[in-house]
Design a binder for this molecule. Structure first.
Ligand SMILES: NC(=O)C1=CN([C@@H]2O[C@H](COP(=O)(O)OP(=O)(O)OC[C@H]3O[C@@H](n4cnc5c(N)ncnc54)[C@H](OP(=O)(O)O)[C@@H]3O)[C@@H](O)[C@H]2O)C=CC1
Ligand SMILES: O=C1O[C@H](COP(=O)(O)O)[C@@H](O)[C@H](O)[C@H]1O
Length: 500
């Protein structure tokens, strides 16, 4: 890295003609380039099977940048750093040519042998590619070598272990960057800062003052073209095993002694180790699953999950999960962390709500008008910011209490569009900062938690499927999950919070 933060490396993107590369990776690299964070000393080799010339590939890169809505200044210069290698990753013979090309570009741009291998391909290729990179000498470099690997990292614990063993023959743990794109979201990264930089919150962040925490990530989109993958995954593996559990870990971890990758990771790992195991018959007391039927969303007819392409007409795959997690340690004993996520719901929205306990004696109580609990709402998307809900005196005579809200919106404070998650994560990888990537122990522990739930679900067909309508809040059982504990889901719309 140069003194002004510019990076130099050769980035090989496997799956360079695919959706992820075009929609996320090229526009993110372009934004880094525009900000001056990629020096002239970078080159990208795109790898995929279809035949393309370098010029055709560069045109694709330019198009994807423009389609991402970027101001395309300097785009020709940016795209000139992109090269293409047509190569079937299962064909051992073509790695030698890739190695030659990498060496040439390394010399041409003076990249010091720094290499990033980004696997933006279907997961069955991850292991074989890693093995070839080593056996064909692409990882024999003078500089650093890093492997960026997309989700899903395995299908369950067993397959994740197998994949990990394959990639670890070529890369050490600290060279592996397992992407969880939620960890690149600004407000997810902000959880730590809100907690540990505010005297107001840290002393209250425990079971004496917090009654429950709710993490919601809802989507309006259905499964659409991803049926083949989703049928083997479902919402539990697709969202809970990674994004939802990562957010819970950040909310629940102890303050790290230093803000280093190892210290933060080890605190998160301790949270995963404290998660109460839920298995067998207990699963239905803690978890609820749902699957969307056909209906209307935003005035458009949408098919049921079972009618999506490549989905079994009798599919038992869940498109919705709500769950209650208990973290059995001194800080969190007795505090439920409720999570819910699903497709084809009423809003695209990710929020965290921390509900504080009621004051011990309510002096302002009026019949039928209890005080609102204090809430801290972390708006992750589409809005980015926090709101704190307090009680204050209503203007006028008397001492009636009313709810007031202190808000801050991230983009309003910084007066800029916040960077896209992939932009931050790519830059972290170039700098060698793995804090916002999942360590193997986190992956293994989260699979071992999730596997027990999927075992229970796979052994019983849910006869109620489909059990929620498009545009709804999900199945009714998700409300019961909280009401039996005396709680309810909070609904956040346009920064307003109300009871569901
Ligand atoms: N798309 C997204 O938003 C997200 C994707 N992911 C993950 O990222 C990965 C890629 O997803 P996505 O981009 O959507 O997938 P796509 O199906 O759009 O792209 C797959 C890519 O792999 C290439 N490919 C397929 N087989 C071979 C082969 N044998 N040798 C060389 N190249 C091959 C294809 O090109 P060609 O046909 O020319 O060979 C294409 O470039 C997956 O693991 C996915 O789960 C994760 C989060 C979000
Ligand atoms: O990883 C995934 O995340 C997306 C949701 O991401 P977001 O940033 O739009 O909230 C989800 O649609 C997809 O199924 C899953 O694989």
């Amino acid at each position: 890295m140069s003194q002004n933060g510019e990076q130099k490396s050769l980035i090989m993107i496997f799956g360079a003609t695919g959706d992820l590369a075009n929609r996320k990776l090229f526009p993110s690299l372009y934004r880094l380039f525009r900000k001056g964070l990629l020096s002239d000393r970078f080159a990208v080799i795109g790898v995929a099977r279809r035949p393309l010339t370098n010029e055709q590939f560069q045109e694709n890169v330019k198009k994807s940048v423009v389609e991402a809505g970027e101001n395309a200044g300097g785009i020709a210069e940016f795209a000139s750093h992109f090269y293409y290698h047509s190569h079937d990753v299962t064909d051992s013979a073509s790695y030698a040519a890739l190695k030659g090309m990498a060496k040439e570009l390394d010399n041409h741009y003076g990249l010091g042998g720094n290499r990033i291998f980004y696997l933006a391909m279907a997961p069955e290729f991850f292991g074989p590619i890693a093995l070839h990179l080593k056996s064909d000498g692409l990882t024999d470099v003078q500089g650093f070598k890093r492997l960026v690997i997309e989700k899903p990292f395995g299908h369950d614990l067993e397959s994740a272990i197998e994949l990990n063993e394959q990639i670890r023959t070529a890369f050490s743990e600290d060279e592996v960057y397992r992407i969880d794109h939620y960890l690149g979201k600004q407000m997810v990264q902000n959880i730590e800062v809100i907690r540990f930089a505010n005297a107001l919150f840290e002393p209250l962040w425990n079971n004496r003052y917090i009654s429950n925490i709710q993490v919601t990530s809802s989507e309006t989109l259905g499964v659409e073209e991803r049926g083949r993958y989703y049928e083997t995954s479902g919402a539990l593996r697709d969202m809970v095993q990674n994004h939802m559990l990562q957010m819970v870990a950040l909310l629940a971890m102890e303050p790290p002694i230093k803000l280093t990758t190892d210290e933060i990771r080890s605190e998160k790992i301790r949270v995963f180790r404290s998660l109460r195991t839920i298995e067998g018959e207990e699963v239905s007391n803690y978890f609820v699953r749902g699957q969307y039927g056909a209906g209307t969303l935003d005035g458009k007819e949408v098919p049921s999950y079972r009618d999506e392409p490549n989905v079994d007409k009798n599919s038992n795959t869940e498109t919705y999960v709500a769950g209650k997690l208990m973290i059995d340690n001194q800080r969190w004993a007795g505090v439920p962390f409720y999570i819910r996520t699903g497709k084809r719901l009423g809003a695209k929205s990710t929020k965290i709500i921390v509900q504080f306990k009621d004051v011990p004696m309510n002096l302002y109580y009026q019949p039928n008008k209890p005080l609102n609990p204090n809430l801290l709402v972390i708006h992750i998307q589409p809005e980015e910011g926090i709101t704190l809900h307090l009680n204050a005196k209503k203007a006028g005579q008397g001492m009636d209490a009313t709810e007031v809200k202190l808000s801050f919106a991230n983009n309003a404070i910084n007066e800029m569009n916040t960077p896209e998650a992939y932009e931050l994560l790519l830059y972290d990888c170039m700098r060698g900062d793995a804090t916002n990537f999942a360590h193997w122990d986190e992956v293994a522990l989260s699979w071992s938690f999730v596997d027990k739930i999927s075992d229970a679900w796979e052994s019983t067909k849910d006869e109620s499927f489909p059990n929620y309508e498009p545009g709804s809040r999900g199945p009714a059982a998700a409300d019961e999950l909280l009401s039996k504990d005396g709680f309810f889901w909070w609904r956040v719309r346009d920064l307003k919070v109300e009871r569901c």
